[in-house]
Design a protein around this ligand. Structure first.
Ligand SMILES: Cc1ncc(COP(=O)(O)O)c(C=O)c1O
Length: 388
């Protein structure tokens, strides 16, 4: 018998630099202050009722047990058909497509599958906040290469200079969160040439693939044979169908890469929600839902930009995604994070500082708004921003 009091053992954190994210902080502040939340990237409108109907139908049909580990075959087939139709590349749904619990799980699973301790992984900053902790969890070494300051275009010379014999993977993201830039064909071509003589894998985060504006095509890595042969291509149904809370996405990768991916996948999630997969498969029979997305979001972008043009903010281009960045220098002397707190509390509109997407908190006086909102939400935000 022991007389010691119950005690929780002490931990040494595996991720010392990870705390509460700025997205959570800003959303909480926005709720407390009654601000219009253009901070966190999710729609404030609902999905197509037909999509819900398909999921409901699948549930009522009794499709409620574990699906096959890599995903419901009908959904994998629908994804392969889409990749073929849009990007002209054939993926075998049996061995090259895996359905995941959102893009976030797809990315960490790809990293855990291929990165060994000490391997270098290049990220292009600013970048989505899960990449760096994911690489650290795999024991990898994060190599940060900045996108060109000011324009946020990929700097292929700097990427080339960062490659070493220890480089295992490069993570890219287009359309880009947070800058809303979209990789161009010549940039993808240069990347293909650069990686050709190397053993470097590509993790291509394409969650905003259906949100590219002004008639430009999305330059998926799937379009480039030399990139596709080394790429995990990641997408998210949450973004495409306005259901971010469903957390379903997928990875398309050559069979040899998919086989390693699935080894990790089967022991960290095993399978993904069955009726939702069936609902998505049925809904994907109507490609208009995603082929119409560029026009849907371009209209919102234009509405938002027209309103912002009447403020003193300097607008950066928004080529794709559902984000709009602005330069705050003509409006305020504050740093990005202090400005966002002030804007949320005093003006009543929440935004995200770009410094949150850099490891060293680099502050270039630019903040990000999300325009995946109802028109009336955007108009309410614009009325408030007009006071600036
Ligand atoms: C660039 C990028 N990648 C991945 C994700 C995560 O996608 P999911 O919700 O499908 O996990 C997001 C969500 O904001 C994102 O912006």
């Amino acid at each position: 018998m022991t007389s010691l009091a119950p005690r929780t053992p002490q931990l040494v954190t595996k991720l010392p630099s990870v705390g509460t994210t700025i997205f959570t902080v800003m959303s909480a502040l926005a709720a407390e202050k009654g601000a219009v939340n253009l901070g966190q990237g999710f729609p404030d409108f609902d999905c197509d009722p037909q999509l819900i109907h398909g999921v409901h139908e699948a549930m009522r049909e009794g499709l409620n047990q574990y699906p096959p580990m890599p995903g419901v075959p009908l959904l994998r087939q629908a994804i392969a058909d889409k990749l073929q139709a849009l990007y002209g590349r054939s993926y075998d749904p049996a061995s090259e497509i895996t359905v995941t619990a959102g893009a976030t799980q797809a990315i960490i699973t790809a990293i855990l599958a291929v990165v060994h301790p000490g391997d270098e992984v290049i990220v292009l900053e600013p970048c989505y906040d899960s990449y760096v902790p994911n690489i650290e969890m795999a024991g990898g070494v994060v190599v940060r290469v900045p996108l060109t300051p000011g324009t946020f275009r990929p700097d292929l010379d700097r990427i080339a200079a960062a490659l070493t014999p220890r480089t295992r993977a490069l993570l890219i993201n287009s359309p880009h969160n947070p800058s809303a830039t979209v990789w161009r064909a010549d940039e993808m071509q240069r990347l293909q040439d650069l990686l050709a003589p190397t053993e470097v894998l590509l993790i291509s985060d394409e969650v905003y693939e259906h949100m590219v504006f002004d008639g430009q095509p999305h330059q998926s890595a799937a379009r480039y044979p030399g990139l596709a042969a080394r790429a995990f291509i990641v997408s998210s149904f949450g973004k495409t169908y306005h259901v971010t809370g469903w957390k379903v996405g997928y990875v398309a990768a050559p069979a040899a890469l998919s086989a390693e991916f699935r080894k990790v996948h089967q022991f960290n999630v095993f399978t993904v929600n069955t009726p939702v997969q069936h609902g998505l498969a049925r809904y994907m029979a109507q490609p208009e839902a995603y082929t119409g997305l560029p026009a849907f979001y371009q209209r919102k972008r234009d509405l938002f930009r027209a309103g912002l043009a009447r403020t003193r903010f300097k607008l950066l281009p928004s080529e794709g995604s559902y984000f709009q960045c602005v330069d705050i220098r003509s409006v305020s002397d504050l740093d990005e994070a202090t400005f966002c707190t002030w804007l949320t509390s005093e003006i009543g509109v929440a935004a995200i500082p770009l410094s949150a997407f850099y490891g060293n908190g680099f502050d270039q006086r630019v903040v990000r708004f999300c325009f995946a909102k109802q028109d009336q939400t955007l108009e309410r935000a614009l009325e408030r921003l007009a006071r600036l």
